[in-house]
Design a protein around this ligand. Structure first.
Ligand code: FAD
Ligand code: A2P
Length: 375
């Protein structure tokens, strides 16, 4: 956690000079594109800027990859300047109000995972964010040294319009951290605070931060999503943006590509937002594929727990056919521990197509098509 968190925070700090120099530009940009509620009013405003698109044939050729991705990175960098970052910092957090806090789990599920929504009304500047960003939460109370708790980062699970479509809320999907130490159950500080917080309570919020997980601009882009547990948070925002009718109207952004979600959960009862995704699948069968890996109910071919990397292997041909398309982006979010497994599966899957994954992955990354946020 600390490493990833530091990465994101340092990434955010790296933008401080830009923010100071161009804060007014960013705010004017956002204001110019949002109505009084903060709802985006134009398609271009609604996009985040990972506009990079590069054919696999080019990506696999080192010289052309360098030239093409150089120009594309410039393009992406420009678009990224429009993304709000660090509007509220740890010393001056925004004080939001809890709107709702409910369990996402069904009877028989393992652990505790909640959907929590905060009201952002009254923020000055307006608390805007884009799909794929995170916010910081500073839990109430003090640590064992009597110092205020440090912030923890959480991926935003709502679109910029919020669950109520009014542009004044942000939602999270939080798993309570619990582990055993010396025979005692230890509760994570911030995740427990968040799971216990009640409507009406006040909460310190910082951010938004992060530009790693932004969606591509093109309506005909393809989006492959690999999520475990709460790693579904940004994906939920993407899928709402793509397939919720009200979102489509608000954004004037009509996703026409293919979205493919690989979701890993321990039990069926632990699947998060499953009925929403099933609804999208029924409404957009040509655009949305939803593949589940239920680790403690299904087995992989070796008889072990079914993980999303096993599903990747099962679907290697179709996945790599999609990756061939220059408009395909891959997003990975959730447990840090899944990264080696995904890498191994991609290596095997790529090899079956005569592709060297260890060469291709950094090129996809450089081209802005490989997005990872694990913790
Ligand atoms: P803490 O009280 O801070 O405890 C964590 C510490 O406990 C660890 O650093 C470690 O020292 C110790 N620990 C943890 N497990 C064990 C163990 N098994 N044995 C011994 N010691 C252990 N979380 C979500 O729920 N949803 C999200 O959407 C989400 N998004 C994130 C996005 C980013 C970019 C990052 C960096 C993290 C994200 N997290 C998310 C994780 C979140 O930031 C916190 O790390 C998590 O909620 C735990 O915080 P805590 O305060 O409850 O735990
Ligand atoms: P399991 O815990 O059965 O080993 P949650 O956050 O709700 O626990 O869900 C995380 C999901 O990711 C679970 O199904 C978990 O399986 C699975 N998982 C655990 N480790 C890995 C890994 N290394 N690679 C992929 N998935 C994993």
């Amino acid at each position: 956690m600390a490493y990833s968190e530091a990465q994101v925070v340092v990434g955010g700090l790296g933008h401080v000079p830009v923010i100071i120099g161009a804060a007014w530009m960013i705010q004017s940009f956002i204001k110019a594109r949002t109505g009084p509620s903060g709802v985006a009013t134009s398609t271009k405003a609604a996009v985040s800027g990972n506009t990079v698109a590069q054919p696999l044939s080019e990506v696999t050729t080192p010289s052309s990859a360098q030239t093409t991705s150089g120009a594309q990175n410039q393009q992406a960098k420009k678009a990224h300047q429009a993304v709000p970052v660090n509007l509220f910092k740890p010393k001056t957090p925004f004080i939001g109000t809890v709107v709702e806090n409910y369990s996402l789990l069904k009877e028989g599920a393992i652990g505790r995972v909640n959907h929590i929504t905060f009201n952002l009304s009254g923020a000055d500047p307006q608390f805007n964010y884009f799909e794929g960003q995170s916010i910081g939460i500073i839990p109430a109370g003090e640590d064992s040294n009597g110092k205020p708790h440090k912030l923890r980062l959480y991926s935003i699970a709502s679109t910029r319009h919020g669950d109520n479509f009014e542009g004044n809320t942000v939602s999270l999907c939080v798993r309570q951290l619990q582990y055993e130490k010396d025979g005692q159950t230890i509760d994570g500080v911030c995740s427990t605070y968040l799971c216990d917080i009640a409507p009406g309570d006040k909460i310190k919020i910082t951010g938004p931060v992060g530009k790693e997980m932004l969606l591509p601009e093109e309506e005909d882009s393809n989006v492959i999503m690999l999520a475990t547990g709460t790693g579904i948070a940004p994906m939920r925002a993407y899928l709402r943006r793509m397939f919720e009718n009200t979102e489509r109207k608000l954004n004037s952004w009509n996703f026409k590509g293919k979205a493919w979600l690989f979701m890993g959960a321990p039990k069926t009862a632990n699947l998060l937002y499953d009925s929403d995704f099933e609804w999208y699948r029924s409404q957009f069968p040509d655009n949305f594929r939803y593949t589940k890996a239920i680790s403690r109910e299904q087995n992989n071919v070796k008889g072990g727990r079914m993980y999303i990397q096993d599903r990747v292997l099962e679907n290697a041909d179709e996945l790599f056919a999609l990756i061939e398309n220059p408009k395909t982006h891959i997003y990975l979010c959730g447990l840090k521990g899944m990264e080696p497994g995904i890498d191994e599966a991609m290596t095997t899957a790529a090899a079956s197509k005569g592709i060297d994954w260890s060469e291709l992955r950094p090129k996809l990354k450089k081209a802005g098509r490989w997005h990872v946020e694990t913790y």
